[in-house]
Design a protein around this ligand. Sequence first.
Ligand code: HEC
Length: 125
Amino acid sequence: MIVLLLLLFCYLLYSLILYSELPVKLYSKNKEGEIGKLVWQKYNCNSCHQLYGLGGYLGPDLTNVYSSRSKEYIKSFLMNGTATMPKFNINEYEINSLIQYFRSIDNSGKSDPRIFRIKTDGTIE
Ligand code: HEC
């Protein structure tokens, strides 16, 4: 009986430690970001780009594009295109919403597995 109680205690303590450290709480919802998600779907950016590693593989993963590139950089890609990325007939409002969407995605974590560090309890940092 004592052993069972001890196991239960350890289980609860471990769960508490594990779940109190989840990065999910960093995810901030914002209205413009939600519209940005619709813009992302409208132009089917996912056919060539990935978020969290999921999507098409013609273009790069954009999960952390908000912190690794400037807003002007993202904007110029959308307005001018490149040899391999099409130029979109997209307005200023849609671009800003997309950038807000990228911001909320970026806040939710890192997509590149090479930069993760495995902690002693098996979770990643
Ligand atoms: C037909 C495929 C295709 C579609 C659709 C597409 N892209 Fe791209 N995108 C690319 C390719 C390929 C690159 C890399 C181009 C290069 O470096 O010349 C790229 C690059 C980018 C970059 C620069 C990334 C970096 O870190 O350098 C951003 C930002 C971007 N795309 C955003 C978008 C958004 C937002 C959409 C939807 C509105 C979109 N793309 C739709 C193919 C696509």
